[in-house]
Design a protein around this ligand. Structure first.
Ligand SMILES: Cc1ncc(C[n+]2csc(CCOP(=O)(O)OP(=O)(O)O)c2C)c(N)n1
Ligand code: SF4
Ligand SMILES: [Mg+2]
Length: 299
């Protein structure tokens, strides 16, 4: 479990303090609930306000940093993770959060997802999965089911969707969970566990796009006749990747909760060890001094 960054101020972190602009999502969009859950978790954890960084790519979900009164970056579509990696490695004193959609994370940014996961970069990544490209008004996404009719597949998608849990397991993420924007308590508890994990933690959060894929998650929404079944951790060992694969294989709507969690050294920790070891051989000179010396030698 990772320790919260140390406080520079004693300001109490409230929802009011965390709220920036009024969200511009469509009325009824699932992303509102994700934002509300995130406010709740941060209020509970009381991280120092100035130590929170929210990074996003492009998409409706990626507008998240605009609505958070924290440090924030709205970056390039699919490129949030490499930028967040740089922030995480260079600033061990801050907690880095990344938000984005299924297109941002699994399509254009899919390659970066694999590498951030295998390197076990310390950050928390929330993928707001609505099975569609929302911002660009209804194209098929990597998680859209077969038969989904969109502007790119007017006759219905014929491509097999990716399985987010399986992809994350294969890529080496050390905390992998699945939650649902209509299940507030489950979402808050899952975010909290992800944030406290020391490593690359990813939460897939089903979040309905009421404008372009209405009813997408009815089968997991009890008030719409669906079933929301959680993982029973007295029966599922979260350190067992084979068991996690089996859970990920269940037909829709599947189960919700923590699929997998293991402790493995982060790149942050390994890199820090390497820096300290190198400095010890260089009479304790700072990284900046070593770089200056190297550059002077290149003149
Ligand atoms: C490099 C690049 N390619 C394509 C786009 C167009 N584009 C913007 S958002 C988006 C997809 C958004 O879908 P998703 O990531 O699922 O987010 P959502 O809007 O559904 O929350 C696309 C294709 C872009 N802005 N930049
Ligand atoms: S288009 Fe869909 S994802 Fe985007 S704000 Fe509207 S409901 Fe939400
Ligand atoms: Mg989407």
């Amino acid at each position: 479990m990772s320790a919260p960054p140390t406080a520079a101020t004693e300001e109490k972190l409230t929802k009011k303090a965390l709220t920036a602009d009024h969200p511009t999502w469509c009325p009824g969009c699932g992303d509102f609930a994700v934002l509300a859950a995130f406010y709740k978790v941060l209020e509970k954890l009381q991280y120092p306000h100035e130590k929170i960084v929210c990074v996003a790519g492009i998409g409706c979900s990626s507008r998240f940093p605009y609505f958070m009164n924290t440090h924030g970056i709205h970056f390039i579509h699919g490129r949030a993770l490499p930028l967040a990696t740089g922030v995480s490695l260079s600033r061990p004193d801050v907690h880095v959060f990344v938000f984005g959609g299924d297109g941002d994370g699994f399509s254009i940014g899919g390659n970066h997802l694999n590498h951030a996961a295998r390197k076990n970069i310390k950050m928390t990544y929330v993928i707001m999965d609505n099975y569609v490209y929302g911002l660009t008004k209804k194209q098929t996404s990597p998680t859209s089911p077969v038969g989904f009719k969109s502007k790119t597949d007017p006759a219905g998608s014929i491509d097999r969707p990716i399985n987010p849990m399986k992809q994350l397991l294969a890529s080496g993420a050390t905390f992998i969970a699945r939650t649902h924007a209509a299940q507030v308590k489950h979402m808050v508890d899952t975010f909290e566990r992800a944030i406290l994990h020391d490593g690359f933690s990813v939460v897939e959060c089903l979040s309905e796009c009421v404008m372009f894929y209405e009813g997408s998650f009815d089968d997991s929404t009890p008030r719409k006749g669906g079933v929301f079944e959680t993982i029973d951790e007295s029966q599922h060992n979260v350190q067992d990747d084979i068991a996690a694969y089996q859970l990920a294989d269940l037909p829709s709507p599947g189960k919700f909760g923590v699929f997998y969690q293991v402790q493995r050294p982060t790149k942050n920790a390994l890199e820090q060890q390497w820096i300290e070891k190198t400095q010890a051989t260089q009479n304790g000179q700072s990284g900046r001094d070593l770089l200056r010396r190297r550059l002077e030698g290149m003149r």
